[in-house]
Design a protein around this ligand. Structure first.
Ligand code: FER
Length: 182
């Protein structure tokens, strides 16, 4: 399935934007869990225009730089809505290279295995730190108000808290596995 298609439709549902803005969104929060390169984004935009799911108006930016400002068409909105409501089967395709190595760990020396796990532990601690910092920023932006379903950041909040729970669990498992190796 072309999931990138829906990522772009979702971004354009939030607001009209240029290809540059869309590419920038993939460098932000979205790109932390759904990555896409420029070389994928621009052809996808072209395809979506050809399919009538998005359209653009040409606008002048700065002196005379022409930019395409993309927006959803009515059928693009319908397609996004259909995808959002579709109940997908559990995704087993989460490819985790570290899990692949873990699966084959008996081919390693114990000290090598411990190094591999310690390295993963340190990387994931840093990742968790970054996630907690982003969450603190998000909460600070909200001020005293609590995040709720209709907050503009609600989706970002859910994605972040999910990632934090996952990393905490991952760290616990890494620590337990390291103890197990002793
Ligand atoms: C963010 C949103 C999501 C972010 C990280 C994520 C550090 C990570 C998600 C994941 O790993 O599932 O703003 O910033």
């Amino acid at each position: 399935m072309r999931v990138l298609k829906y990522a772009i439709l979702g971004l354009l549902e939030q607001e009209k934007q240029t290809g540059y803005d869309i590419a920038a969104a993939f460098k932000g929060a979205l790109g932390q869990f759904w990555s896409a390169k420029h070389s994928q984004i621009y052809p996808e935009l072209k395809k979506l225009v050809a399919e009538g799911l998005i359209e653009y108006e040409t606008v002048i930016q700065g002196e005379k730089l022409e930019k395409k400002l993309y927006s959803l068409t009515v059928s693009g909105e319908a397609e996004l809505k259909e995808w959002m409501q579709r109940l997908e089967a559990l995704d087993v395709s989460h490819k985790d290279e570290f899990m692949l190595k873990t699966f084959f760990i008996s081919s390693m020396e114990k000290e090598e295995a411990k190094e591999l796990f310690t390295n993963q532990l340190n990387s994931r601690k840093r990742k968790l730190d970054g996630l907690m910092r982003t969450l603190a920023e998000l909460e600070a932006e909200c001020g005293s108000k609590h995040i709720h379903f209709s907050s503009p950041d609600f989706g970002h909040y859910l994605v972040l808290t999910r990632a934090i729970e996952r990393e905490k669990g991952y760290l616990q498992w890494l620590e337990r596995s390291l103890q197990f190796m002793d």
